[in-house]
Design a protein around this ligand. Structure first.
Ligand code: IMP
Length: 179
């Protein structure tokens, strides 16, 4: 379907399943190559949005890997509130480890900053960031993610894990809002 409706708003197809698959493959290949020398790599997905991307990415990782998730809700409606509400699930020991943060999308960078700050406090040795989507136009921080699937304009997107008011995460392609 080229156009969908979620909660009264229209979205049109923007990145199809095949393009997503190719991007995930490319990112996994790069990570496998980059981190080939590491004894162990800890992948940390940021929930809820990253669950599909993390699942698809980790399947293609051939390193000695652990995977864990942090849950963080910082978003309401179609614009980032900027207010981080909560961050739970620091179960994995990251001290002296090589860590790859797995994000669905980096928008303002507030979420990422909080996660990376948490990893620094817990003394991770190496911190890499993989994100499927990156909005450079919205980004307010200086550290650029290491592995980026797609750079996209500053428009609201849904699908492949990303939601609009809780809906749309199950849609396999990525859709952009129609204004
Ligand atoms: P940031 O903290 O502003 O970088 O936003 C990161 C989080 O906001 C992501 O993990 C998403 O959950 C959410 N988010 C940002 N942009 C979008 C979007 O276009 N669609 C859906 N969720 C988004």
């Amino acid at each position: 379907m080229d156009e969908i409706r979620l909660n009264g708003r229209s979205f049109r197809k923007y990145i199809d399943e095949h393009e997503i698959e190719k991007a995930v493959e490319r990112l996994a290949d790069t990570i496998n190559r980059d981190l080939a020398g590491e004894d162990e790599v800890v992948f940390i997905g940021i929930l809820n949005g990253s669950f599909l991307f993390a699942a698809d990415l980790i399947r293609r990782i051939n390193l000695n890997a652990r995977i864990s998730f942090l849950k963080l809700a910082s978003y309401e409606g179609t614009s980032s509130s900027g207010a981080i509400r909560d961050l739970i699930g620091w179960n994995e020991v990251v001290q002296d480890k090589c860590v790859v943060v797995v994000e669905d999308i980096v928008d303002t960078g507030n979420t990422l900053e909080l996660v990376v700050g948490g990893l620094q406090v817990r003394k991770a040795r190496k911190i890499k960031v993989a994100t499927l989507l990156f909005k450079p136009g919205a980004y307010k921080k200086s550290t650029i993610p290491d592995y980026v699937g797609f750079e996209i304009p500053n428009d609201f997107v849904v699908g492949y894990g990303l939601d609009y008011d809780g809906f749309g995460r199950n849609i396999p392609a990525i859709y952009t809002i129609v204004n």
